[in-house]
Design a protein. Structure first.
Length: 355
């Protein structure tokens, strides 16, 4: 992981390594320890803050953010900070967590903080009995809607409030959905997005969600996940079609080079801001894009981050056809339904004829 995101992640991680809980025990936490006297549960609150520092096991960033938010709410009341920008990953995550508490009263926040710490202490005491992570329901996805009809399996990204950004869990779900689609009765598999975006690429929170093993462990895990994710597209055995209903960013664009057809609304744009983020292009794009559009155009997109309109992407061969947004869904699905009726095993016939 390099560049801005990498540096931020490294910073976040370094502090976490020094003291696993430093990330949430921001300086303000220590400063407030001896702050204004609070009533009845102030002692419990302070004791809980001390227990947090003594926890042996890192409770993970989600819990740390919750602790941070409850601490801020308990000591300062509702979120009173200006919202950080989208690329200020760490402060944005902290702001989101605090702001999500709305007008929760200070006393309740204090109590919730104490309860949360108490649950962490008891769970760390019985930490040898970790539940096996087998509670994922079959064919149930939190971030996708998967349907199958008329010979078409549709995999729809379903995080519209995040512009369908791909979280770590969503990467896993997409792989599972593709593997299931590869074996079902459908002829064609379609990937599309719910809402106004097709997909805003890698969820920026993935960059800051550092596991206990630190940034090196994170890099290792990400590389394995990315290899498996891209491999699932490379090995997909049926015609794979992208129905790009709106703007596409990052990995959702690069991976298009591995699709068999790409239909786009005229509202769609195609943006790979890797250099801006200090990342390198993934999804085989450094191989597929020069083949699709020639090296010069690929350079403009992948290295200089030029955002293409749907028309430009079509002219450069990345997109098969562009449709007016008002008729996009109707036209594309009519066409796909017709294609799905083609004999799926036609290639076998060709092989016989050629032999
Ligand atoms: C390892 C694999 C390597 C992969 C590399 C890549 O894919 S590189 C490419 C990586 N991707 C990028 O660099 C894209 C970063 N995102 C953007 O540049 C802009 O959000 C936008 C242009 C997509 C939409 O602008 P807009 O003004 O129309 O809308 P808005 O900004 O108000 O967004 C609405 C809400 O969605 C949220 N959200 C959106 N995207 C993401 C995301 N990826 N993640 C998380 N959250 C995201 C956003 O924070 C906001 O939440 P809030 O505040 O309501 O809680």
């Amino acid at each position: 992981m390099a560049g801005v995101a990498g540096r931020l992640a490294r910073r976040w991680c370094r502090s976490a390594v020094r003291s696993p809980l430093q990330v949430i025990s921001f300086p303000s936490l220590q400063l407030h320890l001896s702050g204004t006297a609070m009533r009845a549960s102030q002692e419990d609150f302070e004791s809980a803050m001390n227990q947090v520092k003594l926890l042996k096991k890192d409770p993970g960033n989600e819990v740390k953010l919750r602790l941070y938010a409850l601490y801020k709410q308990a000591t300062e009341g509702p979120c009173n900070m200006p919202k950080p920008g989208v690329f200020d990953f760490i402060n944005k995550a902290k702001w989101d967590a605090w702001n999500a508490l709305g007008s929760l009263p200070k006393e309740t926040a204090r109590q919730n903080y104490v309860d949360l710490v108490s649950s962490l202490t008891s769970s760390s005491e019985s930490s040898t009995q970790v539940k096996p992570g087998a509670d994922r329901g079959q064919q149930e996805y939190e971030n996708l809607v998967v349907t199958s009809e008329d010979g078409i399996t549709k995999i729809m990204f379903n995080r519209p409030t995040r512009k369908n950004a791909i979280s770590t869990q969503m990467y896993q779900e997409i792989m599972l959905a593709l593997k299931a689609a590869s074996k079902d009765d459908s002829t064609i598999t379609v990937v599309t997005g719910n809402g106004d975006y097709y997909c805003s690429g890698n969820d920026l929170a993935n960059f800051t969600d550092i596991p206990p093993g630190g940034v090196e462990e994170k890099a290792k895990q990400s590389a394995i996940m990315l290899r498996d994710f891209v491999g699932t597209f490379i090995d997909f055995p049926k015609p794979l079609v992208a129905v790009v209903n709106g703007p596409a960013v990052g990995i959702s664009v690069t991976i298009l080079g591995l699709f068999d057809a790409v239909y786009a609304s005229d509202r769609a744009t195609f943006h790979t801001p890797f250099s801006h983020l200090g990342l390198s292009p993934e999804g085989c794009a450094s191989y597929t894009f020069p083949k699709i559009m020639g090296p010069a155009k690929a350079t403009e997109m992948l290295i200089f981050g030029k955002k293409l309109t749907a028309g430009e992407a079509c002219a450069q061969g990345l997109v098969t056809e562009v449709f007016p947004d008002s008729t996009f869904q109707k036209e594309v699905w009519t066409r796909l339904k017709a294609y799905s009726k083609l004999p799926p095993n036609v290639s076998i016939l060709f092989i016989f004829l050629l032999v």
